[in-house]
Design a protein. Structure first.
Length: 463
């Protein structure tokens, strides 16, 4: 108890320091502003309390059933001038009711972290009359494209951050270009005891790591279809961390899509190629300098009905390559980098049964809006391994012989969202049930616990 009290004072100091830093950064900018320009200061916050539970935990060496109270509080500070903006976010992500048998990670816990603090310059008119352009420098969170390889997670209690520069340009005709260079932040603490105790430790940049990229989106076509392409260069060679983390990956993405619109077909095609070098651990042996050749493909087609409840029905297929032979000098397992997977595969945190690696999934998704402030979604999918000898990524299970086959199982997921007070209060609840197949049953053997069922409910307030 004494140790926890001692931590309270430094945390309070950190909160005050962040606010002071924002004010200090904004003051000289406001002083330099032209006469008649009035700075605008906005302060807001978001608090989300989410209860999660899981029965028949599919991961080995953990409690068979578990629960989590995920608390996420965000304080946002925004100083706006005609040409400059100073933006900051203080994010507190905590996990209560955890114990030694719980699944705990840095995607759940990151206590009292200055998640964002950047200066943005308005560069409107650059390259083209009527264009909009912004250069951000500092610490920030990022979304790119469909958010499959670079995103700020909407579900995870803690989020990934970056330090660097991000230039975004939007043409008058709807085209868009973007270039950035980031140092990924390393979420701390990362040890089990620190995570269980919600200890405070300021995140640090990942030494020896860098993420650079360029993105371009064409102006929308006549049928409202959109095409985008981007290239990422991710290089990580940490000097004092495990060599299993070393990698140098080039990721090339192209995406063609049409958003749902009543009485119209909707579709999405997104292939992603990865080339480079990476490391892997197999049978306790770390191998580096492996030839990395992986790919990902998402296909979907659907229809938006002009009917009551605004139904949208989608047929979706997702394939992320796996490692065909764990003993050769090549690795084909797709690396989703910093992507978000909730919108495609279901909730994460203590669930997170499906990852964007070594997976072959065919599913059908139905979204409905029963009333203006109500939304619901139901998703059913058949889930298989892309390669039988590679692991079910994130589960801890692997059959290097491939004798257990590829059938992971069938997942049913649903959620309901009610906006009780617009822009102020939202209630969301959902569940996922995984009818496990041959692969987990045979690989786990006597350790098999049955089919996992996950439930959550979340209350979000905005002020």
């Amino acid at each position: 108890m004494t140790g926890r009290r001692l931590l309270a004072l430094p945390r309070a100091w950190c909160t005050a320091a962040c606010c002071a830093l924002l004010a200090a950064a904004a003051a000289p900018i406001a002083a330099q502003n032209a006469p008649g320009d009035t700075p605008r200061f906005d302060f807001s916050g978001v608090q989300r309390t989410r209860y999660e539970s899981i029965d028949a935990q599919f991961r080995p060496n953990l409690s068979e059933s578990d629960r989590l109270l995920a608390l996420q509080t965000s304080l946002l500070f925004d100083v706006k001038l005609p040409k400059l903006e100073v933006f900051g976010e203080l994010l507190d992500s905590r996990g209560e009711w955890n114990d030694a048998g719980s699944f705990v990670s840095t995607q759940i816990v990151d206590a009292l972290e200055p998640e964002q603090l950047y200066v943005a310059w308005n560069l409107d008119g650059t390259l083209q009359a009527g264009s909009k352009s912004t250069l951000r420098v500092g610490r920030m969170t990022v979304d790119l494209g469909k958010r499959r390889v670079l995103a700020r997670s909407r579900y995870s209690n803690a989020v990934a951050g970056f330090l660097g520069a991000d230039w975004d340009w939007r043409g008058a005709n709807g085209s868009e270009a973007r270039a950035f260079y980031f140092l990924p932040m390393r979420t701390l603490p990362a040890d089990l005891d620190g995570l269980l105790d919600d200890d405070y430790d300021l995140d640090r940049g990942t030494r020896g790591a860098a993420l650079a990229g360029f993105y371009y989106q064409l102006a929308p076509f006549a049928d409202k279809s959109t095409f985008e392409v981007y290239l990422l260069d991710f290089d990580v060679n940490p000097p004092r961390q495990t060599i299993a983390a070393t990698a140098h990956l080039w990721t090339l993405d192209a995406r063609l899509y049409r958003n749902p619109e009543p009485k119209h077909w909707t579709y999405e095609v997104e292939p992603i190629l990865q080339r480079g070098e990476s490391a892997d651990v197999f049978s306790g042996v770390t191998r580096t300098g492996l030839d990395h050749r992986a790919y990902y493909l998402h296909l979907e087609a659907g229809y938006a009905f002009a009917a009551k409840w605004a139904p949208v029905l989608l047929l979706q297929h997702t394939f992320a390559s796996g490692d065909e032979d764990p003993t050769d000098a090549r690795i084909e397992r797709f690396n989703s980098l910093f992507g978000d997977r909730t919108f495609e595969f279901g909730p994460t945190d203590i669930y997170g049964a499906i990852s964007r690696s070594n997976v072959n999934m065919l599913g059908v998704r139905l979204t409905l809006k029963p009333r203006p402030r109500w939304q619901t979604m139901v998703h059913y999918a058949d889930v298989r391994l892309a390669e039988a000898r590679d692991s079910w990524v994130g589960s801890g299970w692997r059959d290097p012989t491939g004798a257990s086959g590829k059938d992971i199982g069938r997942q049913l997921e649903a959620r309901v969202t009610w906006t009780a007070i617009k822009d102020r209060l939202t209630l969301e609840t959902g569940f996922a049930h995984f009818d496990l197949g041959r692969f987990p049953e045979q690989t786990a053997g006597a350790s098999f616990r049955g089919d996992p069922t996950f439930f959550y409910t979340a209350l979000t307030t905005t002020f």
